[in-house]
Structure formats: C-alpha cells, structure tokens
Design a protein around this ligand. Structure first.
Ligand code: NDP
Ligand code: GDR
Length: 360
C-alpha cells in the first residue's frame, strides 16, 4: 500500500485501543485505506483489531497496515507520515488513565501533550500541512472542577490531573496550529464512552467484569474507590455508528471546528454498580469508609463491594454532564443507547466472556 493514489488514506494513532479499533472498522467500511501506529510490546497488543486483518495469520493483504512507532519518537512519526502520505490523521494515542497519570505524570505529558505537538510538527516537516486533516482526541476531563453544568464548547476548563493538563496543552496546540498554519485541525471533546472493548482498569469495565464473576460464582467481592463521582457515560455503539462518524464528520466540514460529543445523561459510580447488580438479580452488600448511608447488610458474612481509599485520586472530577447541541445541529449526531442498555450490554458481554474463559 502506498499513498500515491487518490484514495482516502487514514492514519490512526492508538489503533490498538478501544476507540482506535472501532474507528478502524468504521473507516475500512467507508473504503479508506487504514494505517495504524502500534507500539512494540512484550506481549501481543493487537487483540482488538485482529479480526480486521485480511489474513489473520500472515497479516498481509487487505486495506489495513500497521507500523511500529511511538508518540515519544519524532523520527518514527516523520517516517510513517512521509511514506504513507495520509489524507486524514486521527490522534487517539494516549496514556489515557487519569489515576495512573498521577504516578506517571512526566510520561503522560510526553505522550499526551508533547506527543500531539510532535505529530503536528511531523505533518509540517513532511510539507503536508495543507493536505492533511487532523483529529485530536480531546476530553471532558478538561472541564475538571466544573464551572458550569452542563458543559459545552464554551465552558471554561479547569483540569484536575496530569492527564487533563497534558490534554489541555494538546487542545490549545491544535487550535494554535489551525490559526498559525491554516491547518485543518479539530478537537473532538468526547465525554466518557464505554463498551465491551473498554480497558479492564476503567471503572465501568472493572464493575461489569467483577459482577459477572460474582454472578457465576467465581468471586465474592471486589474493591472500588470514589462511588460518588458522576460521569456522562455514553455507549461506544453510539460512538461506532454515530460518534466515530462524528469524528469523521468533523474532518468533512468546510471549516475546522471543535465539538462536544456526550450522551447528556449523568450517573454516579454507585448508580452504575447498582444497575449492574440489579441486572444479574443480586443485592449489593457494601463495606467501607463513608458507606454508612448505603446500609451494609448485617450478619450475612458476605461483602460484595468494598471501598478502598487506594483507588481515590488526589484531585477528583466530581460531575461531568455534556451538552452536545452543536454536534446535534451541525453534524447531525445524537446518542441512541440509554444508560441502562449500556450497563446490560457490558454485563452480557462480560458474563459470556467469563463463562468461556473464567480466568480472563
Ligand atoms: P485506550 O487506553 O483504550 O487506548 C490508547 C491507545 O494509545 C492504545 O492503542 C495505546 O497503545 C496507545 N498508546 C499509548 N501510549 C502510546 C505512545 N506513547 N505511542 C503510541 N501509542 C500509544 O484509550 P481509548 O481508546 O479509550 O481512548 C482513545 C483516545 O481518546 C485517548 O486519547 C483518550 O485519552 C481519549 N478519550 C477517551 C475517552 C473515553 O471515554 N474512552 C473520552 C475522551 C477522550 P497500547 O495498546 O500499546 O497500549
Ligand atoms: P475517567 O474514567 O477518569 O472518567 O477517565 P475511570 O473509569 O477511570 O473513572 C471514572 C470515575 O470512577 C471513579 N472510580 C474508579 N475508577 C477506576 N478507574 N477504578 C476504580 O476502582 C474506581 N472506583 C471509583 C474514579 O475516581 C472516577 O471518578 C476516562 C478515560 O477514558 C479518559 O481517558 C477520558 O478522557 C475520560 O474518561 C473522559
């Protein structure tokens, strides 16, 4: 595959992640040639995209090609971009875990902030700034200590983690390059979106995996951190059929702009746990600091959910609720899967997973 024809050629960073895998599917269906950047790892890290290879065994043929690279390595970015000459670049790669960013603050800035700068500069180094359209995976974490509810494109930012600070740098760099060099560059400010492909250490997937184990008798309890934070959890199915379309649509507009993509519903972590236990017909038994108001069942001897402060963050984002009116009007995007259906879909998927592979 080369970039020398008139086809649409997409480069996706973070193609092995939840969103990258869905976006690759979406663009392949649209007839794009898709290139992805993957990192060298000591174990296989392509499980979310294996099904997209034309030949699963040789990894040859078809319209998708993977390249080794890293957002911390400018030379790899320049080499890949100059070789494939993409028409669209979707920058989804990131150290994306908020809690981990407190432990890996410098690395998170390297990848999420400077990595975005490296990618934009690599486009310029290759002389492609007038040809390439650029999508940046911005985040509702930018709102942090929220100044307004709900949050829209005009709500002021107040980042509350090294992850959010790094993403804030990337957000403004995208806007600066758009204004300074007339690049077609957009920020998609996406609120939390979840799916059966969600990383196992994010709270929703952790909950559905653990409750699936309890339901199947493989476990009796698990631990969580802050139960009171509220998130605008969308379903990634919306994001496959509509939101990934929204990312793509942002790059098909006449003028590059930034858009909020959100479900418009906000629920606490506690409500997510309750909905998931409800789905499998089990009562929740809570134990832990600050949980008296929930009512721990006495004398049962069984504790299903414990609160462990080790999962608390030094600074928390208390409530996120998005207003995506601009995307609804300009891009025709609207969410379709409500909260309870999201919980059911993830629970069903994890029950099937645990049945087929109890040690998963
Ligand atoms: P994931 O954590 O599932 O995927 C992150 C991807 O980035 C993986 O492919 C990972 O590779 C890759 N990556 C990490 N570090 C580097 C690096 N140094 N160089 C190259 N690639 C790297 O994230 P999601 O799919 O959930 O999110 C996609 C993007 O959207 C992220 O930027 C995230 O911050 C942002 N976002 C996500 C939201 C959500 O709710 N999911 C909401 C708002 C924004 P590997 O597989 O090797 O680890
Ligand atoms: P978030 O997602 O920080 O919103 O970032 P996460 O699922 O990690 O946390 C959501 C909320 O749940 C609370 N929480 C726990 N979180 C985790 N991970 N593990 C626990 O055991 C636990 N217990 C309670 C957290 O304190 C928090 O309030 C996600 C990522 O995808 C980012 O990359 C993205 O930018 C934002 O969503 C939008």
């Amino acid at each position: 595959m080369s970039g020398g024809d008139n086809l649409n050629i997409a480069l996706i960073t973070g193609i092995t992640g939840q969103d990258g895998s869905y976006l690759a599917e979406f663009l392949l269906e649209k007839g794009y040639r898709v290139h992805g950047i993957i990192r060298r790892a000591s174990t296989f890290n392509t499980s979310r995209i294996e099904h997209l290879y034309a030949d699963k065994f040789t990894h040859r043929g078809g319209k998708m090609k993977l390249h080794y690279g890293d957002l911390t390595d400018s030379s790899s970015l320049v080499k890949i971009i100059s070789t494939i000459k993409p028409t669209e670049i979707y920058n989804l790669a990131a150290q994306s875990h908020v809690k981990v960013s407190f432990d890996l603050s410098e690395y998170t800035a390297e990848v999420d902030a400077i990595g975005t700068l490296r990618l934009l500069d690599a486009i310029r180094t290759c002389g492609l700034e007038k040809q390439v359209k650029f999508y940046q995976a911005s985040t509702s974490e930018l709102y942090g200590k929220v100044q307004e509810i709900p949050q829209s494109e005009t709500t002021p930012f107040y980042p509350r983690s090294p992850y959010a600070c790094a993403k804030l740098y990337a957000y403004w760099t995208v806007i600066n390059y758009r204004e300074a060099y007339s690049m077609f560059a957009c920020n998609g400010i996406l609120f939390n979106h979840e799916s059966p492909r969600r990383g196992e250490t994010f709270v929703t997937r952790k909950i559905t995996r653990e409750i699936a184990k309890i339901y199947l008798g493989l476990s009796e309890s698990f631990e969580l951190g802050n139960l009171d934070s509220k998130r605008d959890w969308g379903h990634a199915k919306d994001y496959v059929e509509a939101c990934f379309k929204a990312m793509w649509l942002m790059l098909q507009q006449q003028v590059p702009e930034d858009f909020v993509i959100a479900s418009g519903e906000s629920h606490s972590v506690r409500e997510f746990v309750e909905a998931a236990f409800n789905f499998v017909g089990k009562e929740i038994l809570w134990e832990g600091k600050g949980l008296d108001e929930v009512g721990k069942e006495k004398g049962s001897g069984i504790v299903r959910v414990k609160v462990n402060p080790k999962y608390f963050r030094p600074t928390e984002v208390d409530i996120l609720l998005g207003n995506s009116s601009k995307a609804r009007i300009q891009l025709g995007w609207s969410p379709k899967v409500p909260f309870l259906q999201l919980v059911e879909n993830m629970m069903n998927s994890d029950i099937e997973l645990m049945k087929s592979n109890p040690s998963a």
